[in-house]
Design a protein. Sequence first.
Length: 114
Amino acid sequence: MELKTLKKYLGITEEDISKDIALAFIIFDVEETIINYCNIKEVPVGLLNTAYRMAIDIYRNENLGQEESAQGSISSISIGDTSTSFKQSVDDNFKNTVLKNYIPQLNRYRKLVW
C-alpha cells in the first residue's frame, strides 16, 4: 500500500501533508490486520483493493489525527432549560466490524497455521 494512492482515494491532495502520519498509521494497521488474519508474510497484490477499502473505512470512521473524537449526530434535544445530547460517532468495536465486512475476500488468501 502506498500513502500517495490512499490520499488520492480519499480526495486529499499530495501537497497536503497534515494527515500523513495518521494515514501512514492506518496503512500499517490495515497491513498488520490482513497479515495476522491471513497468516501470511505480506499483503498479496490480490488484496490491495481490499486493503485500500479497509483503510478508507478506518479513516472515515475513527477520526485519527484529532486530539478529541468528533461528536456524533444529535440523539436528543430538550428545549426547556436547553439540553442537547450527541450519539458517539465512533463504533467501539469498529475494527472487528471492518474485518467482518472483508472476511470473504480475506479468506481466499488465509493460510492454516498449526
